[in-house]
Design a protein around this ligand. Structure first.
Ligand SMILES: [Zn+2]
Ligand SMILES: [Zn+2]
Length: 597
């Protein structure tokens, strides 16, 4: 049989390793790099290659492979150079993130690349600039009041030389910051998702030259500046800094890791620090008490049965605000996340003795919805043994409010409401907090059933509850404006309630830190939730049971869900590299540091 003819290829042909832009492909492949294309190709460059008969985009992970996976002469060639891509240090950061959140590398490389093409053969010319020295020369955690202007603090943290990255989940505030810094003569790069692909690509290209301040949301964490000196994360507890889709990467964590690698300072500016912020940065520089609005706590165990949601104090406040021409906002989250059980005798809520989450009644007792601990059906407060569910909905409470305030207009709001009425009283799920129409001052923000948030069966329930209170407090403005934050709860001593009442937000992070350390929860241990098709979840669990550092809980729900725990985050991430093959069997979502669980 005649040997197939091959084109002769020089022995010194460069070989590069390319990660295809195909999420289902979890590995890279080697390609020969024709001399005609070699100029400008380095780690991160986006090229076009052939894969399984298709032409696909991909990123160069190694531009000079020493030992190709197949003999050099049999390699396919790179077809074209498409665009400049993330610089080598950001490619490395993407590899770390793919390990940290057990996700496809291509997802992170795509987030780190310009949406449109940027010529690859033009190397950016590095810029330098000097400004007056920043007031902070090392990383700091700055705690301010909910209504304080974070931008004023951010100004003082921007580096005097090199580049600064500012991650802010609030697009309006970061647009203001960009305008202010530009007025001060700074070169500002805006990488917010509300900009067009062309604008974002041009901004990305400019960022490669350095000596700038890049401002944006989650995705700006991957901005390609070569001379990073400082990273500033504003409102690090905000959920939008984390991707809801798996891989559930968090921009705060990426910022911390990137700063560590680049030797840059990292700052966080927030009214409510998370445990993660405390662990990353240590104690805040000054424990000054920020000024929260006035907080009124209503212990609903004292209210008559059936009236716990509309306590008399609330009715008085609603009338006071209406008479002064202001607006009231009432929050009642009803997303079926927590099924609360209250003692019929004393009104106390049934909670887990170990972790404090809500419990559900089962034949053999009360079972914790977070850590699965079971205890007898007995009230811990009065030893009563009869419980009832607490669950009125937004629509009914709206009618009750309207009856209570016959001269006021009352409107219900949720995430699906298209037009929010200019009513005296707005009642709704937490969506109401960012949907109140402007124009009238908000004089009262009332959380009708805060316990729904405090006891939610989620690892970060307390931090998320405090964050809701921050958002409520921001609607009220500074304390001088006279607004009231009203909290209805059966747990007036809960740390979230105490933190808001006393203007001591660190009370929550301190309590959470102790609790999570004791239970080995993130960031003190590794946890991931696996979910999806049973065949894939079960295969992943089987693979993980073979790793001796791993504890697998489940699967439950007919094999559709399982929880994986390790004593350290590193062990967890290493272990999750063993489930690659399970992805091929069916849909499998890996949620590292799950919000639920
Ligand atoms: Zn528990
Ligand atoms: Zn009781």
């Amino acid at each position: 049989m005649p040997r197939p003819r091959r084109r002769s290829r020089k022995l010194n042909t460069r070989v590069c390793r390319v990660q295809p832009d195909v999420p289902a492909i979890h590995r890279a492949f080697d390609y020969a790099l024709p001399d005609a294309l070699a100029r400008g190709v380095h780690v991160g460059t986006i090229v076009r290659v052939q894969l399984h008969g298709r032409r696909v985009r991909g990123w160069v992970l190694d531009a000079g492979v020493v030992a190709p996976e197949v003999e050099g002469a049999r390699l396919r060639e790179v077809l074209a150079v498409v665009s400049a891509g993330p610089p080598p240090d950001v490619v490395d950061l993407c590899r770390w993130a793919a390990w940290r959140w057990a996700g496809p590398l291509a997802r992170f490389l795509r987030a780190a690349s310009p949406p449109n093409t940027v010529p690859a053969d033009v190397e950016p010319e590095l810029e330098t600039a000097m400004y007056p020295p920043a007031s902070h020369t090392h990383g700091a955690l700055v705690v301010l009041a909910p209504a304080d202007d974070a931008n004023a603090v951010v100004h003082s943290l921007v580096a005097s030389e090199g580049s600064t990255l500012v991650l802010d989940p609030d697009p309006a505030r970061s647009a203001r910051l960009a305008a202010e810094l530009t007025d001060h003569g700074r070169e500002v790069i805006e990488l917010r998702s509300d900009r067009s692909p062309a604008e974002l690509s041009a901004a990305w290209d400019r960022a490669r030259a350095g000596a700038c301040v890049a401002v944006g949301g989650r995705t700006a964490a991957w901005a390609p500046m070569p001379d990073l000196e400082a990273v500033i994360v504003v409102d690090e507890a905000d959920e939008s800094l984390e991707d809801e889709r798996a891989p559930t990467w968090n921009a705060r964590e990426v910022a911390v890791e990137r700063s560590r690698r680049a030797g840059a300072r990292v700052h966080m500016v927030t009214p409510a620090p998370t445990v993660d912020a405390l662990v990353a940065l240590g104690e805040p520089e000054q424990r000054v008490r920020p000024r929260w609005p006035r907080v009124t706590v209503v212990d609903t165990r004292d209210e008559a049965p059936g009236q716990a949601l509309l306590a008399s104090v609330l009715a008085d406040e609603l009338r006071r605000v209406r008479d002064s021409g202001g607006r009231s906002v009432c929050v009642l989250n009803r997303r079926g996340r927590a099924r609360l059980l209250a003692c019929r005798d004393c009104g106390e809520l049934a909670r887990c003795e170990l972790c404090g989450a809500t419990v559900q009644e089962r034949a053999d007792g009360l079972i914790c919805s977070r850590c699965d601990t079971v205890r007898p059906v007995v009230c811990l407060h009065c030893h009563g043994s009869r419980f009832r569910a607490v669950r009125p909905g937004v629509a009914r409470v709206r009618d009750d409010l309207a009856a209570l305030l016959p001269r006021a207009s009352v409107a219900a709001v949720d995430a699906t409401t298209t037009e929010v009425l200019d009513a005296d009283v707005l009642i709704g799920t937490e969506a109401v907090l960012h949907r109140a129409p402007p124009g009238r001052p908000v004089g009262l923000v009332a959380f009708l059933e805060l316990d729904q948030e405090l006891l939610a069966p989620r690892a970060r329930a307390a931090e998320q509850a405090l964050w809701l209170l921050v958002r409520g407090a921001r609607l009220l403005g500074p304390r001088e404006a006279g607004g009231v934050l009203l909290l209805q709860t059966r747990m007036p001593k809960h740390e979230v309630v105490v933190a808001a009442r006393d203007g001591e937000p660190l009370v929550v992070a301190d309590a959470e830190r102790a609790r999570r350390r004791a239970l080995g929860w993130p960031p003190f241990g590794g946890a991931a939730e696996l979910s999806g098709e049973a065949v894939a979840v079960i295969a992943a669990c089987d693979a993980l049971r073979g790793v001796d550092t791993v504890t697998v809980l489940g699967p439950v729900d007919n094999g559709k869900r399982a929880l994986v725990r390790c004593t350290t985050v590193d062990e967890l991430c290493d272990a999750l590299m063993n489930i690659e093959t399970a992805h091929a069997l069916g849909r499998l979502r890996v949620d590292v540091d799950p919000r639920r669980a």
